[in-house]
Ligand binder design. Structure first.
Ligand SMILES: Cc1cc2nc3c(=O)[nH]c(=O)nc-3n(C[C@H](O)[C@H](O)[C@H](O)COP(=O)(O)OP(=O)(O)OC[C@H]3O[C@@H](n4cnc5c(N)ncnc54)[C@H](O)[C@@H]3O)c2cc1C
Length: 451
């Protein structure tokens, strides 16, 4: 291999804090806020120019239900509810109702307004120092295996941030990986998707995107296959479409990400060409592309206690439960563009190229699973002294991950990671030694719903 040695270099430590959070999606911001509200001094490092992760840079403005399957019991509170209420006051969020049953399934929101509100929430807290457009590049380890500092790159060059505890909210788990912790890439990670935002979509009138793609497939071979969904954006005339899909992609690799960015944009270009062809003269345009392709899955940590699909679908109540959810098992296949759902109402469906090809029940007729839980143990990397993972790199098997991977669930994981990080600092203990009962107590005190 062609290699280059970089000489050792002195780097300025620009901040020393209690807790350093890498990654500023809602997961990371919520971790930072929870730790800061408990009194920790926090550094929050995000490589994009704003917070929000896939919800903002990926244009995905949809959170699923905060209620259990009976819709009478609220199971998700905390910072998710707090920010939804704040967005509501700005007219930036709307009830999202199932068109068939009219039942509430969650909320749609304006991603840009979410970014503004996350700024405000962070800035309200003097304990948090923000590092935007700052990419964490590697940890500096002590001889006994603790992370002493992270090295990052910003406009001014290379810098270091020292902390007692680190929260890896980078999505891919880059800090855990580079700290030498055991990681696992699934055989079939769910494929990435670049969403796109359009204006004037309503001028195209009612049409079936799937039928159109079938009609134009030969003319525009770049058209995506697979499952598409979209939504109007609250408080605007824009429409968001999640229609692309890049198969067989290892999103933890730089070269694969470049391929995925280009391939997904080729698919969006083909969609535009097709729409112009079908609706000549219609007033509509491509309004924005994501600033980073949306990654569904890449590396997972090996934790002190993974969650399995079997546990999740039995509705196992964990003594260290830190999150509740109802989002179905939703697996986008990375090989053949099919998508499979196992819903908590007991039904399952498999779609291929947007056609229903299989359906039935996995629960006996009449039975429903009200909600499932996520244990704190699935966020604690095995062997980590002072790191906790929060976000989609958590330790879950294929089936459990299909359900827990959505933002209302990961937001709660972020909050728990922030509280756990504070406990580590406060009790001066290892991450795998923290008292989960205390985590749950502190989460509940801060507004989370602990069941
Ligand atoms: C197309 C698509 C549609 C989806 N639809 C939905 C949906 O409708 N509802 C839903 O709830 N979920 C949905 N999901 C799933 C959900 O969006 C993701 O699982 C979730 O956003 C993952 O959150 P995260 O915090 O782990 O990672 P991310 O949201 O990816 O955030 C990671 C953050 O870390 C930052 N970062 C990474 N590396 C570094 C570094 N080295 N230094 C500094 N910062 C770094 C990134 O810039 C980013 O801001 C969808 C996903 C995709 C891709």
């Amino acid at each position: 291999m062609n290699e280059l040695w970089i000489p050792a270099e002195k780097v300025n430590v620009v901040e020393s804090v209690d807790v350093c959070v890498i990654g500023g999606s809602c997961t990371g911001v919520f971790a930072a806020l929870r730790a800061a509200r408990l009194g920790a001094r926090v550094a929050l490092v995000e490589r994009q120019n704003r917070f929000g992760g896939v919800a903002v840079s990926g244009l995905v403005g949809m959170w699923h239900s905060l209620f259990d399957m009976t819709e009478s019991r609220e199971i998700i509170g905390g910072l998710t509810r707090e920010i939804v209420e704040r967005l509501e006051k700005r007219g930036a969020v709307s009830d999202f109702r199932c068109p068939v049953t009219a039942r509430s399934r969650g909320v749609r929101f304006n991603s840009e307004e979410l970014a503004l509100e996350l700024d405000r929430m962070v800035e309200e807290n003097r304990n948090i120092r923000v590092f935007l457009q700052t990419a964490c590049s590697r940890p500096v380890m002590t001889e006994d295996g603790r992370v002493e500092a992270v090295v990052a790159e910003d406009k001014s060059g290379r810098l270091a941030i020292r902390a007692r505890v680190f929260v890896d909210a980078s999505g891919d788990g880059v800090l855990c990986r580079d700290a030498g912790l055991k990681m696992r890439l699934p055989d079939h990670p769910q494929p990435p998707t670049a969403c796109a935002r359009f204006s004037g979509w309503e001028n195209l009138g009612p049409f079936s995107l799937k039928d159109l793609i079938d009609k134009y497939r030969d003319k525009y071979p770049g058209l995506p296959g697979g499952y598409c969904w979209g939504m109007p954006i609250p408080g605007s005339r824009s429409y968001m479409l999640a229609g692309t899909r890049v198969l067989n992609c290892d999103c933890s690799r730089g070269d694969e990400i470049s391929r995925a960015e280009l391939e997904s944009r080729r698919q969006i270009r083909a969609i535009m060409d097709m729409l112009r062809d079908e609706f000549p003269g219609a007033e509509f345009s491509l309004e924005s592309l994501p600033s980073a392709i949306g990654i569904r899955e890449s590396l997972h940590i090996e934790s002190i206690g993974a969650i399995t699909g079997e546990e999740l679908l039995k509705g196992t109540r964990f003594p260290d439960a830190i999150a509740n959810g109802t989002y179905p098992v939703d697996i986008h296949n990375d090989e053949d563009e099919s998508i499979a759902f196992k819903r908590l109402d007991g039904g399952f469906q498999v779609f291929k190229a947007n056609q229903l090809i299989e359906s039935g029940r996995w629960l006996p007729e009449g039975e429903v699973l009200p909600f499932y839980q996520i244990p704190l143990s699935s966020l604690v990397p095995a062997g980590a002294a002072n790191i906790i993972a929060a976000g989609r790199m958590l330790d879950a098997d294929r089936e459990a991950f299909g359900a827990v991977r959505v933002m209302v669930n990961l937001n709660q994981c972020g909050e728990a990671a922030g509280v756990a990080a504070w406990q580590c600092v406060n009790h001066d203990c290892r991450m795998d030694k923290i008292d989960a009962e205390e985590t749950r107590r502190l989460l509940a005190k801060g507004g989370s719903i602990m069941i």
